[in-house]
Design a protein around this ligand. Structure first.
Ligand code: NAP
Length: 345
């Protein structure tokens, strides 16, 4: 497997590639778990001159701006909703790069409020594409999820739509227009509202409430996530989905890693939850190029330019969380300590 396209190590050079304009960056969902990681990277490692954190809740902006590391002259906070196309257009003025993380992401909440999930994750993406094009933004990189692969939940279905909208938008852009790429990944260690902070909180009561012990999930640390975004920026050809080859772990292993002394109550999967996730589907296999640490799913639209580097994968290939490298309890503990440090929110 070729590795010439693999990203630098986390401590390596993660500066932005040359971008037209003054290199200003807009991070939608800039006050969220992923958004904060991206802001920290942009401010600490790239020398960016202007970065805008865009999201709705003023309290999250207030809290962000209270933190010393975010009291940076390049950082601007902007209250706005991606459902509001006029506000998005204002946010995109003079922007070279958009990192799109804003989303509704909780499976049960999206399941109970599909029309709201549609408005944010689908309609918000349509607004984002139009605003980026009209503002002459050079690059857009959007965050997707394993739940978009053969989706069984509303959240996954809306993120699949987001992917398809961006891939088609890239096709429409041609050589000169905005380039749209996607990073599809598994669970970010320690992200807000995820199972890890929930287990951490339950640990103090001595009882962990576990959906299903055999359930498996992919994991990515904050530092790996930043490197993956950087890789898309360096290597993305447009209309592509980058998929890091992530390890996974069983939920009972995660519970053991966090609270070995705690009792376990099995509560069963919630509506829309799968036992195992997949980062790629068999239908995508013919379009996948494999590199040492990641896969690239090339666009499937007629007339798309397809990259020729990387290895092909076998017919029917799928990257599933129960068939990949499963982390041991010790490995999960190590990942938790490195991952939560990188996230730091
Ligand atoms: N966390 C994971 O494990 C994971 C895994 C795979 C993919 N992803 C994807 O990664 C992205 C970020 O996830 P995350 O965990 O960082 O989420 P998060 O912590 O919940 O942050 C989401 C951010 O988006 C903002 N937002 C939500 N709705 C918005 C709207 N309508 N307009 C503007 N801003 C809005 C939120 O702030 P306000 O609510 O104040 O607006 C917040 O800043 C999502 O696209 C998600 O699908 C996450």
């Amino acid at each position: 497997m070729p590795d010439s396209h693999d990203s630098k190590s986390p401590s390596g050079d993660r500066r932005l590639p040359p971008l037209p304009g003054d290199g200003s960056v807009l991070v939608t969902g800039g006050t969220g778990s992923t958004g904060r990681l991206l802001l920290r990277w942009l401010l600490e490692e790239t020398g960016v001159r202007r970065v805008i954190a865009f999201s709705r809740d003023e309290q999250k902006h207030h809290e962000l701006l209270q933190e010393a590391e975010f009291q940076h002259p390049a950082l601007h906070s902007m209250v706005g909703d991606i459902r509001d196309s006029n506000r998005l257009r204002e946010a995109m003025e003079g922007i070279s790069l958009v990192l799109h993380t804003a989303a509704m992401k909780h499976v049960p909440i999206a399941e109970a409020n599909p029309s709201e999930a549609y408005l944010t994750n689908v309609k918000g993406t349509v607004n984002l594409i139009r605003a980026a094009r009209d503002a002459g933004v050079a690059r857009v990189v959007a965050h997707s999820t394993d739940k978009a692969v053969e989706p069984e939940c509303t959240y996954g279905a809306t993120k699949l739509m987001m992917e398809k909208l961006l891939i088609e938008a890239n096709q429409q852009s041609g050589e000169e227009g905005t380039q749209f790429d996607i990073l599809r990944h598994g669970n970010l260690i320690g992200s807000r509202g995820s199972v890890i902070p929930i287990f951490m909180a339950q640990k103090s009561c001595g009882l962990l409430r576990l959906t299903a012990p055999e359930m498996t999930r992919f994991w990515i640390t904050g530092d790996e996530l930043v490197s993956a975004v950087h890789r898309v920026l360096i290597d993305g050809h447009g209309g592509e989905i980058f998929v890091p080859k992530l390890p996974a772990c069983r939920l009972d292993t995660l519970a053991e890693a966090i609270a070995p002394e705690a009792d376990i109550e099995v509560i069963g999967a919630r509506p829309g939850e799968k036992t195992h996730e997949a980062l790629t589907s068999p239908a995508e296999a013919p379009r996948i190029r494999e590199f040492e640490r990641y896969l690239v799913i090339t666009p499937g639209l007629p007339g798309s330019k397809i990259r020729s580097d990387g290895d092909r994968v076998s017919s029917g290939f799928t990257l599933k969380s129960n068939c990949t490298r499963l982390l041991t309890c010790e490995e999960m503990r190590e990942l938790l300590s490195s991952g939560s440090g990188a996230l730091g929110d």
